[in-house]
Write a new protein. Structure first.
Lengths: 548, 321
């Protein structure tokens, strides 16, 4: 329910004070054993940072926007915003999204049906600034007043109450990073209006026109990826070393001797992972290699710049960067002469490569791209891997990455695999295309910012924590080992942080993993459990005892 | 009946204006460039995909024949939306209680215009439209018209009032409602209210309305009408011409938001018509100002820059280096 005295025009208030107070008592309650948790989501900024960066939306800074030094600087920034706004509404400058944007701005009736679909709005205790229509309505009024113009009466009728000041621009820039673009709001809209798109378009305006974007996405994201080969900074040489390390690790953990193919010309499949996996979850890379080799696929990894990192942060904030990264990946695949690109367990890379960038590929770079999940399902169904589901005989739930399900339409293969290999698989509520975002979407998983960390876990990820606790309530005690299957690198990063932030491993013995690790964990050819925390089945324990 | 009146001339002029404006709005949206894919699952027309999946659940989807979308599935979804407002009922019941009668009123009003035209044509064809008509069709039209018209005017008035009160009092709606949206609702309320009172006081069976429609079709003089009825006709015409400039045109926009965005999963296949249409867009200039864009003049330049084509081998004195 909207707070008394709330006005949209407050966005232009020049007091510098945040528009929202993230009081812990207002946050959505969590189930047992966190029902009494009252954590603080505070700014946590140091004195110098508070003066240096814009935090007037909610005390949080995602984009590190420096405060202008004087009025002239403010005016210049506002003018640049206006220039960008004009381009956003020009069919030539914004052909990529002008049609959906105009439909959303022109025809939303603000019935607020979308509000309850938004996990951030609900989790925050229904803070007005996180309502899906809040930023859209502000943008709409600015558009009517400053772009459409018109005579005084029409302008007044259309809502001329929002002044385009630096305060407005700065708050909008931050508000664009309080939405994960999971598009659950769009799914709930009976008219097909897409307030998630408005977030995307605002981010784009700030990045493409004003050069304002969180450094984790731009400077240390797409720019670094295009320059060094990966948003992690991993060079081709480091990549090759890591692959070698993973080969050794496979032998150590499983006894299998596997040579991971790299730069194999003419392979059927170029498999591209999120490079974060090489750094944080090399077992995912290892599991893919084991499965693909056991299945006898003609596949390869690639050590060329652009060939070993599937991430494409451009999909979240900048169409030009999206196109650059996608075309770089396609170029590498073309040079290798592979039959197709298969995207590993990375949700946003699925969306970027297979769907959103689909219409920026010129004919010669339009290399076919597909998801790893149907490929894995074919392998599992083929019987090439000898699988014993009892090796995964512990409670497992599936987290659906928004980018894989609602935004790409890959829903069933991962479930059919889990039903074959995990006897205690259970669905969260809601799931599939109706899922909730993990709270790390649209870049939040990799953004820590000056004080973004608490916000993305305490608010953005809160609904997912509730879902996880709800689905495991019958086995919630720490004596039951439980796994969240999260087949997406960014979602895994968010789960890693959520489990740590809410102490879920100690309180409930909740762990996370990818899908391929669960498949390998079920393989009878592997002598020991592949998952570190997975309880060994009785037969395995017996064999180990006997071996000793 | 006398000669053609100023009201009839105004009606003709408005009808021409309305058709022009609707076609112009349609053309404006239809002419917008193809956007990047931004579909949202589930797609109503997707067959045999439990849970809302897509053709991307298949390996090598580009080499398989594309399954035809189920037109029936799309129609069923849209039908339930248009007739029942199913999503509003499921997700926002309090709002449904306001918005549903409003739209029942609006749709029934279109029905009223239709039965009035059919009634006028029937009369022109020599069939009496009355309660004692020897012709069954004539009797049916006679009784159907007030049922449809009454439904429209009663529900439309109730819905307009409910929406206006809701927007004025509900704390979630009020801050987001612009003055123009109050004006729009007030305009529609005025339309329904004048129609309702006019019906109740002067034209219980819509016979004057039918005569007026017939006079428009035959270019003959209009029947005598009360000032209130004339005001109602003027409000209908003005609202119909004004509607395309408001967000109430969402019934029209919905075709685009669903068919052209949410359900548009057409892939950019090699050699397809879509591919050639995209080629034109890739030639568009890039005018954004951030440093990382400035080096690029056109979209096509991105592909050229990223393709990093190896330089051709230099040839020196017949020896390839």
């Amino acid at each position: 329910m909207t707070r008394k005295g709330f006005r949209l025009s407050d966005v232009a208030r020049n007091s510098g004070k945040p528009l929202a107070n993230l009081n812990s008592r207002r946050l959505m309650e969590l189930p047992y054993p966190l029902e009494k948790l009252r954590e603080e989501v505070t700014s946590g900024l140091k004195e110098g940072q508070q003066q240096e960066y814009e935090t007037s939306l909610d005390g949080i800074t995602a984009s590190y926007i420096p405060r202008p030094q004087n009025e002239m600087e403010e005016e210049a920034l506002v003018q640049r915003f206006l220039d960008g706004l004009k381009k956003l509404f020009s069919a030539q400058d914004n052909w990529t999204f002008i049609q959906p944007l105009m439909l959303t701005l022109n025809y939303c009736v603000k019935c607020q049906t979308c509000s309850e679909a938004c996990p951030i709005y609900v989790s925050s205790g229904r803070q007005e600034i996180y309502r899906p229509t809040w930023r859209s309505e502000i943008l709409r009024r600015i558009y009517h007043r400053y772009i459409e113009g018109g005579n005084g009466l029409l302008s007044r009728l259309n809502g001329d109450d929002i002044d385009l000041s630096w305060a407005t621009v700065a708050r909008l820039a931050e508000a664009a990073y309080r939405c994960t673009i999971c598009r659950r709001c769009a799914q709930a809209c009976p008219l097909g209006i897409d307030n998630g798109l408005v977030t995307h378009e605002l981010r784009k305006l700030f990045s493409q026109e004003m050069g304002i974007a969180p450094k984790e996405l731009h400077e240390k994201g797409t720019v670094l990826q295009l320059k060094s080969g990966s948003s992690t900074g991993m060079s081709p040489k480091a990549f090759l070393n890591t692959v070698e390390f993973i080969e050794e690790d496979i032998t150590e953990r499983t006894g299998l001797k596997i040579r991971i193919p790299v730069d194999r010309k003419g392979a059927d499949i170029l498999l591209i992972h999120n490079t974060g996996e090489y750094m944080s979850w090399p077992e995912t890379i290892a599991a893919f290699a084991i499965i693909f080799e056991k299945a006898g696929l003609k596949w390869t990894l690639c050590s060329e710049l652009g060939g070993y990192d599937a991430v494409n942060y451009g999909v979240w904030y900048d169409d030009i960067q999206l196109a650059k990264v996608a075309l770089r990946q396609a170029t590498v695949a073309k040079e290798l002469g592979v039959g197709k690109i298969v995207i590993g367990e990375c949700g946003h890379a699925h969306k970027a490569s297979i769907v959103v960038a689909d219409r920026v590929y010129p004919p010669d770079l339009n290399i076919p791209r597909e998801s790893c999940f149907p490929v894995l399902e074919e392998i599992v169904n083929s019987g090439e891997l000898r699988l014993d589901p009892l090796r995964n005989n512990f409670p497992i739930t599936l987290h659906d990455p928004c980018n894989t399900v609602r935004l790409v339409g890959i829903v069933a293969p991962q479930r059919r695999i889990l039903r074959q290999i995990a006897p205690q698989f259970r669905e969260m509520n809601p799931h599939g295309v109706d899922n909730y975002c993990c709270g790390g979407g649209s870049g939040f998983a990799i953004m820590t910012g000056a004080n973004m960390y608490d916000w993305k876990l305490g608010i953005a990820g809160r609904m997912k924590v509730k879902q996880v606790l709800d689905v495991f309530q019958d086995v919630i005690g720490p004596e039951f080992t439980k796994y969240i299957c999260s087949p997406c690198s960014n979602c895994k990063a968010q789960f890693r942080d959520l489990i740590d932030y809410y102490n879920l491993e100690e309180l409930c013995s909740i762990h996370y993993t990818g899908l391929v690790e669960l498949i390998v964990n079920a393989m009878v050819d592997i002598p020991r459990p592949f998952l570190e925390a997975a309880p060994a089945p009785a037969a395995l324990e017996f064999e180990e005892e006997a071996a000793k | 009946m006398g000669s053609v009146t100023w009201l009839q001339i105004l009606t003709y002029a408005f009808m021409a204006l309305i058709i022009t404006v609707y076609l112009a709005r349609l053309a404006k949206h239809a002419r917008m460039p193809i956007h990047l894919r931004w579909e949202l699952y589930p797609l109503a027309g997707e067959r045999n995909r439990p849970g809302g999946g897509s053709y991307l659940e298949d390996t090598e989807w580009w080499s398989r024949p594309r399954e035809e979308k189920s037109f029936l599935g799309e129609i069923r979804f849209m039908g339930e939306e248009v007739l029942l407002f199913k999503e509003y009922h499921r997700l926002n019941l309090p709002y449904w209680y306001c918005v549903y009668p409003f739209h029942v009123g609006a749709f029934a009003f279109l029905g009223l215009i239709t039965v009035l035209i059919v009634g006028a044509l029937t009369t022109m064809g020599g069939v009496e439209v009355s309660g004692v008509s020897p012709n069954l069709w004539g009797r049916f039209l006679f009784y159907a018209t007030p049922v449809v018209g009454g439904t429209s005017l009663i529900f439309g008035t109730i819905g307009s009032v409910a929406l206006l009160i809701g927007r004025l009092t509900n704390a979630d709606l009020k801050p987001y409602t612009r003055r123009i949206e109050y004006f729009n609702l007030a305009l529609v309320l005025a339309l329904f209210l004048t129609g309702l009172v006019s019906w109740a006081l002067y034209d219980h069976v819509f016979s004057i309305a039918r005569q007026y429609v017939a006079s428009l079709l035959t270019f003959s003089g209009a029947p005598g009408m009360s000032a209130l009825t004339v005001a109602h006709i003027l409000l209908v015409l003005a609202t119909a011409a004004y509607l395309p400039f408001t967000n109430m045109m969402h019934f029209f926009a919905k075709w685009f938001t669903y068919h052209k965005i949410r359900w548009d999963d057409a892939p950019n296949l090699r050699g397809s018509g879509l591919e050639s249409r995209l080629g034109t867009l890739h030639d568009l200039p890039l005018s954004w100002s951030s440093p990382h864009v400035q080096a690029l003049a056109r979209w096509r330049d991105i592909a050229q820059m990223e393709s990093r084509e190896k330089p051709a081998p230099r040839v020196k004195k017949g020896v390839t280096e």
